[in-house]
Design a protein around this ligand. Structure first.
Ligand SMILES: NC(=O)c1ccc[n+]([C@@H]2O[C@H](COP(=O)([O-])OP(=O)(O)OC[C@H]3O[C@@H](n4cnc5c(N)ncnc54)[C@H](OP(=O)(O)O)[C@@H]3O)[C@@H](O)[C@H]2O)c1
Length: 404
């Protein structure tokens, strides 16, 4: 397999295929950017954004035979955003990863943005990043009162818990914004039923808030989904797209609240997090049971995947990977992938049903709002961290040249 990786690497350096927007997030945490002062970063963002604007301009894109409309940032330069929201106060509730990333990007786009959060860790973080108590930083109620667009970026559990506190401020003419369809779609469980006389929109960046911020600073923009749940003003979609660009997305793909939350909950339980940990463990345990050393089992399961093959798949696709590995690896992968698919597809179907019937939501709300939530979580996380596979991973990562 090392031969496979070497062959593949040689190939990719020759073809120099452009990286997809998504795969660019691999390079998002640029050490150069994190060492620049904040003022310099803002300036950098604007300069890079302007460069980026001049080079893009796509609308309808053929995705494997299906044409979809994609909205992109070049149609929404900062001046247009400022004009669109000139009479608005954007109230970002919560200063977690999404609240922080989206609010800083809105601020760098020169929009009128304020933060609403409770006193504590988020409040302190906001102060340290230049939000001024009483001017641009408020307790949640006050921010809701001042805002014309209420951007609900509290944790999903808090959105449900604080709904009765927030709802009275959602008066006619205001807009309610989410980054997840969770609260609204599972209203039977969350209690979040927006008033009928306001616009309700969604922009869901496809990645963490840290990536939202870093890609914006690099002048790129993360992929995002955009959806409208209620359009009272007749302008909800246009404003949702503009807001999506304002918070730092580069491309916006149309969806609905329901499709967004179903695919998101399904994906993170599946290949993004749950399934991948399950597959890593299964492969590792079998290797260990057959006498392979921890380092060999880890290298052949995780290290080679994440350091060599996955970046290549991200850049070029699995079709390219299959066409550019050793014939031995190629034969084996071609013979085995259908068996893995056949075995796993029923499980994925079961997972989808569990998302669609609300089981996953109820479990999440119940577990995440339990009084002993943090203590129980720590036990579960420690179990993963203490597993031999991830302890081996720590040692293996130390040997990487960049960590020497
Ligand atoms: N993370 C992602 O990758 C991602 C991507 C796309 C969309 N989204 C969506 O974006 C939204 C925000 O996500 P996030 O990851 O940024 O959220 P988060 O880190 O879980 O929480 C965000 C904020 O919620 C506040 N909060 C939690 N419980 C509270 C309570 N009882 N009262 C008042 N404030 C409370 C936290 O304040 P304290 O610091 O005071 O606890 C924090 O400021 C969610 O709808 C999420 O699904 C997330």
């Amino acid at each position: 397999m090392n031969l496979l990786a070497r062959t593949a690497f040689r190939q990719v350096t020759r073809v120099a295929t452009p990286l997809s927007t998504r795969s660019l997030s691999l390079f998002a945490r640029s050490p150069i950017l994190t060492h620049l002062p904040r003022a310099a970063l803002s300036k950098t963002a604007v300069t890079l954004n302007n460069n980026w604007l001049q080079t893009r301009g796509m609308k309808t894109i053929d995705f494997g035979g299906t044409k979809e409309v994609v909205y992109e940032r070049s149609d929404y330069p900062p001046a247009k955003l400022q004009e669109t929201f000139k009479n608005d106060t954007l109230s970002v509730l919560g200063y977690g990863p999404q609240g922080r990333g989206q609010a800083l990007n809105l601020r760098d786009n020169n929009l009128n943005v304020i933060i609403g959060t409770r006193k504590g860790a988020s409040w302190d973080k906001a102060v340290s990043e230049g939000w001024i108590p009483g001017k641009t930083l408020f307790e949640i109620n006050e921010a809701c009162e001042k805002g014309t667009i209420i951007m609900n970026l509290l944790s999903d559990a808090a959105q449900s818990k604080l709904w009765n506190q927030i709802k009275p401020y959602l008066t006619k003419g205001k807009t309610l914004y989410f980054s997840h369809g969770f609260s609204v779609i599972y209203a039977d469980d969350t209690g979040v039923i927006p008033p009928k006389d306001i616009d309700v929109i969604l922009v869901a960046p496809k990645g963490s808030g840290t990536t939202v911020r870093n890609l914006f600073l690099e002048g790129r923009g993360i992929n995002g989904s955009v959806a409208v749940y209620q359009d009272v003003s007749g302008k909800a979609k246009e404003r949702a797209i503009a807001l999506g660009v304002g918070v730092g997305t580069g491309y916006l793909y149309e969806t609905t609240f329901k499709q967004e939350v179903y695919s998101d909950l399904y994906g993170e339980r599946g290949v993004l997090m749950g399934a991948i940990q399950g597959l890593f463990l299964a492969q590792y345990e079998v290797l260990r049971a057959h006498g392979h050393s921890p380092s060999e089992a880890f290298n052949e399961t995780v290290e080679e995947a994440t350091q060599s093959l996955y970046p290549l798949i991200g850049a070029n696709g699995m079709d390219w990977m299959y066409a550019n590995c050793s014939t031995t690896a190629q034969r084996g992968a071609l013979d085995w992938f259908r068996r893995f698919q056949k075995l796993n597809q029923p499980l994925f179907e079961e997972l989808y049903q569990s998302v669609a019937d609300g089981t996953e939501t109820r479990r999440s709300l119940e577990k995440n709002s339990a009084p002993n939530y943090r203590a129980e979580l720590e036990v579960e996380l420690a179990e993963i961290a203490d597993h031999e596979m991830w302890r081996t991973g720590k040692a293996v990562r130390k040997l990487r040249p960049e960590n020497q």
